[in-house]
Design a protein around this ligand. Structure first.
Ligand code: URA
Length: 444
């Protein structure tokens, strides 16, 4: 860097450094104060560039978690995180765009059938996805079980695929909301993930920067979700929808049940297998119903309230799109998916109705089998996971197979079983209350 440029960079940095003090801002939030737009812009810009230290931002994240932020502060935080990176622009495409974001759950493979399904109707789906951390799986990990499939696309490749195929699921590039990337990694190790202002600004900064015209949020509620209660999930959903509207994105949120896993297969390749069953017109009813609800909502926002999405699953149009979408990213949709050499099956100990299959327990068990990662750098076992042979409310008889655990490493079965202990129950007399997947919708 020429000396002049270096001097002016330092001058600019010193100017920003002297404008506010991180410690004062932390104390203000600790004392329930409100941060101004300038203060938030300064904080995010200087955290991204490394002037505000990780330990200061961790302290601020904890103050926000404990004392909250008002709507204006959350909006400012979101806009500042967007401004930390690039914004994609799909306005040159012939079709409008719609995207979906899930707050994360167990067995939540809905993005896989959903993106091609919505694209059938001429609405482009730019789905920037992530990898799994903890007990919830990541869409990219699932798709990487398809031989040859490639998650990393350039912005140009993504744009071209959207124009030619209509749907793309790929990794969010490092240029999109880098402040969020840094802050999310910090929250993950400082006990500050479960804060509504931080979750909402994190999700919406990426989605607004991505440039989608419409957005449907699948806000999960229950043991396997961030939000354990309907009240908290509703508050998050309302915050997300307000942020979307403020940014000019047509936004809805569906609150959906995550007390029990979605579908019968949990794990990377296993979830691809189940998604393909849905695209072939079959698959478990809960996965099909939620896919149809979310697709209908995306199409409603995109101006097609009467689209018959079930027909597109049943007549093969969604499957055709899926095959094109996978091939466009180097994947072979006909290739055999990875499996694990080791498995063990758990059998029903009595006759009765399955009255509980706890989502968190199944997610943790699948993670321990190798389907998830504990640290960002860890590799996942593509074939690992759990197959449920019966679902909530089904009648089983003693000795019938209930679930099978799959792993590359039989030594993992014991710890997975520990997670499941007492979390899958049979009631000899009473069936459980019927499960409702769609709990509420919040529309702007
Ligand atoms: N997903 C995100 O992208 N960010 C969060 O903070 C939580 C879930």
């Amino acid at each position: 860097m020429p000396l002049g440029a270096e001097t002016s960079r330092l001058t600019a940095e010193i100017r920003t450094m002297t404008e506010f003090s991180a410690v004062e801002l932390i104390i203000a939030k600790r004392e329930h104060g409100e941060l101004s737009t300038d203060q938030i812009n300064w904080l995010v810009a200087n955290y991204t560039s490394g002037v505000v230290a990780d330990e200061q931002m961790a302290s601020m994240a904890m103050a926000i978690l404990l004392n909250g932020m008002n709507r204006r502060e959350i909006k400012d935080l979101t806009m500042a995180m967007i401004a930390s990176g690039e914004r994609l622009d799909f306005s040159g495409l012939k079709s409008t765009t719609a995207d979906k974001h899930s707050t994360g759950g167990v067995g939540d493979k809905i993005t896989l059938p959903l993106a091609p399904l919505v694209a059938v109707f001429g609405v482009a789906v730019p789905q920037l996805s992530g990898r799994g951390l903890g007990h919830t799986g990541g869409t990219l990990d699932k798709l990487e079980s398809i031989p040859g499939w490639r998650a990393a696309l350039t912005n140009d490749e993504m744009y071209r695929q959207l124009a030619e195929v209509g749907a793309v699921i790929c990794a969010a590039g490092s240029g999109l909301a880098p402040a969020d990337k840094k802050l999310y990694a910090l929250r993950d190790v400082t006990g500050t993930v479960e804060s509504i202002p931080l979750i909402a600004s994190s999700i919406m900064s990426k989605k607004i920067a991505e440039g989608t015209a419409s957005l449907v949020l699948d806000v999960k509620v229950g043991s396997g979700a961030f939000m354990k209660t309907l009240d908290r999930a509703r508050e998050l959903a309302q915050t997300l929808v307000a942020l979307g509207q403020d940014a000019g994105v047509r936004t809805s949120a569906l609150l959906t049940d995550m007390s029990t896993p979605l579908g019968r297969k949990i794990g990377n390749a296993l979830e691809v297998e189940e998604s393909v069953e849905v695209l072939a017109g079959g698959g478990p009813a809960d996965v099909v119903d939620l896919t149809v609800e979310l697709a209908s909502e995306m199409l409603r926002l995109a101006g097609q309230p009467d689209a018959d999405v079930r027909a597109a699953l049943n007549d093969g149009r969604a499957m055709d799109k899926w095959n094109r979408m996978i091939r466009a990213q180097g994947g072979d949709p006909t290739a055999k998916l990875p499996t694990c050499p080791e498995s063990t099956t758990i059998f029903a100990e009595q006759d009765g109705y399955i009255s509980k299959i706890d989502a968190l327990a199944v997610g943790v068990a699948s993670w321990r089998l190798g389907a998830g990662r504990a640290k960002k750098e860890d590799a996942v076992q593509l074939g690992a996971g759990i197959v449920l042979h019966a679902g909530l409310g089904d009648w089983v008889v003693k000795g019938q197979p209930m679930l099978t655990l799959h792993s590359n490493d039989a030594a993992r079965f014991e710890r997975a079983n520990e997670a499941l202990n007492g979390q899958i129950l049979i009631d000899p007399v009473n069936p459980p209350a019927e499960r409702t997947i769609l709990l509420e919708a919040i529309r702007g």
